[in-house]
Every structure is written in C-alpha cells, then in structure tokens.
Design a protein around this ligand. Structure first.
Ligand code: PMP
Length: 314
C-alpha cells in the first residue's frame, strides 16, 4: 500500500491527498485517455534533487500532444516548478513523482476532445522496483508470449496509460510463471522492451539496445545509459536485436526510472553470461548511482535541486 503524503497538485493547486479523486464517468476511466510520467527524486549528499526533470516534463508534453491532449495552460517550466514545490511541500527527501494528464468528466463517448483536461501530480516514497537484491544479483526474466504494442496501433513514443494494458499482460504472465519481468518482442519478432524498462545487451564489450521504432518508450534512463557509456568509452549501438542474442549475450540489463539499472541473470531459464551482474553493467551502475547520489559531479546537468522550504532559524 502506498504511503500517503500530505498534498497532491491538481490543476495549479495543492489539495489534500484524500481529495485527489475523480468521477467514475471521467473519460479516462472508460477509454484510457491519460498520459503520465514517472520521475525520481534522489536524496543526494547536498539534499533532494530530481533526476532529469526537464526531459521527463518534455516527454509528458510530447505524450499529450500525440493524443491532442496538450491543450492545458501550463508551460513546461511551470510544470517543473510544480513538481519541485510538491516534493518540498510534502517534505520528502527521496520519492517517486507521478504527474498524470487525463481527460476528465463531461461528455460520454469515444471522442473526448470536449472533456476537460485535468492535470495531477502526486509523489510518494518508493523503494527498489524489482526488489532490493535485484540491483546486485540480477533478475530472472522471460520473453513474453505477448508482443509489444505495434506501430500504428498505440504509439510507443507516448507514455500513455493505455499502453500499460499491454505491459500488464506481460508482467502478470511473467510473475505467474515465476519470473521477475517479461520482455516483449515487437511485431516483427525482434526484442523490444520490458513491461516498464528498456533493455540493453552487451557482447564483446559493446552495448546494444533496440532503436526507437521497435515499439520502445524513449526511456530517459536509456538515454542516460547511452550517455554514460559514451563518456566511459564503451561503444554503443542502437540496432535490431534478435531474440536469441539475449541467450548468447555476455550481459543483459534493464534501464528505467523505477528499475534504475537492473542486471538480468537469465532469460527463459538460460543463464546470461556468468549468471550474475557483469562488469559493464556494474560500471554503468556505479557511474549512474554516483551521479544520482551526488558523490560525483553532475557533469551532464541531470539533477535539479528541490528548494528547501523550512524557514531558516534566526
Ligand atoms: N519502457 C517502458 C514501457 C516504461 O514504462 C518505462 C518506464 N517509464 C521505460 C521503458 C523506461 O523509461 P524511463 O527510463 O524514462 O523511466
């Protein structure tokens, strides 16, 4: 169960957590018309800071535009400030931030363009998504029997709530069969992504990830991994990945805001590499956590400090 915080932001105002309710006939409930983000605020050595806030807000506005839902009055800068303020108001040191744009209550029927667009931002404390041991030991995953949403069905570049019906099918099947996560293939049968993570394969010292256009979300952690790898001098390539490359890879890992950088130790019960976190995964993890913990300089300008709200004692 989520641990409640004091406030949720709704359409420009801070309201009580318990008041953040919607009508059952809101357009989103029947028709899935929402887009959202998942953002982490880390407790760094110099205070709470939000990871890649600008990029997340930009992706949310992009997601809304794809669905003609970007008719709200807030600028990206205002949304960024609202998120920072919310974390400060709730006095959280580290948390997960969930902004949601949805079509609300009004008309009924598939065309929701006359319904109001409501914006909510919530945040709460959240631990490790795939379990505490996952980051060091790795997880066991399967290739899903469900394919990823195909191009021209649901657009993968939009982080829409509706996409997560596909993710849920993948995740529930994986868990029911004893796996931590499922990896979907795209409509052509090539590797796409996990239910909530992008995927990377390492072979012969090179990092490979599926390109946009294989029904992947343009992950912000994915971009961070590619940036860190380039910085570390590890070659990277965005390339179509056949399923069986997962089995013969030296290392495989997930990236995502919730999953961070999680090693994969087996796929379909076939051991990946040595069956534990590999050296390149570990190197990327080390750089990533050093930046988000604030122990290494934020050289890519990824962190936005949360303003301190407490009055300074005189
Ligand atoms: N793919 C899917 C389907 C996701 O839900 C997520 C999580 N937002 C990701 C990839 C990773 O994206 P990010 O690194 O931006 O969190």
């Amino acid at each position: 169960m989520l641990k409640a915080t004091e406030k949720i932001w709704r359409n420009g105002e801070f309201i009580a957590w318990d008041d953040a309710k919607i009508h059952v006939l809101s357009h989103v409930v029947s028709y899935g018309s929402s887009v959202f983000e998942g953002i982490r605020c880390y407790e760094t050595v110099s205070g709470p800071a939000v990871f890649r806030l600008r990029e997340h807000v930009r992706r949310m506005v992009d997601s809304a535009k794809i669905y003609r839902m970007d008719t709200f009055q807030y600028t990206r800068e205002e949304l960024e400030s609202a998120m920072l303020e919310l974390v400060a108001v709730n006095k959280l040191k580290s948390c997960y931030i969930r902004p949601i744009v949805l079509r609300g209550f009004g008309e009924m029927g598939v065309n929701g363009t006359k319904n109001p667009i409501d914006l909510y931002i919530a945040c709460w404390e959240w631990g490790k998504y795939l379990g505490d041991a996952a980051l060091s030991d790795g997880v066991d995953v399967c290739v899903s029997s469900w394919n990823r949403i195909a191009p021209n069905t649901l657009p993968a570049l939009s982080k829409a709530g509706a996409n997560y019906m596909n993710s849920q099918l993948m995740k529930m099947e994986a868990v029911a069969n004893g796996y931590a996560e499922g990896i979907a293939l795209d409509k052509s049968g090539y590797v796409s992504e996990g239910s909530g993570e992008n995927i990377f394969v390492v072979r012969d010292g090179k990092i490979v990830t599926p390109p946009l256009g294989t029904s992947v979300l343009p992950g912000i952690t994915r971009d961070s991994v590619l940036t860190l790898a380039n910085h570390l001098g590890i070659p990277t390539v965005e390339q179509i990945i056949p399923r069986e490359l997962l089995y013969i890879a030296d290392e495989v890992f997930f990236s995502g805001t919730a999953a961070e950088i999680t090693p994969i130790r087996s796929v379909d019960r076939i051991t990946v590499g040595k069956g534990r976190r590999g050296p390149i995964t570990e190197q990327i993890q080390r750089e990533f956590f050093a930046i988000v913990n604030g122990t290494k300089p934020d050289q890519f300008n990824w962190l936005t400090p949360v303003p301190v709200r407490e009055a300074v004692a005189q």
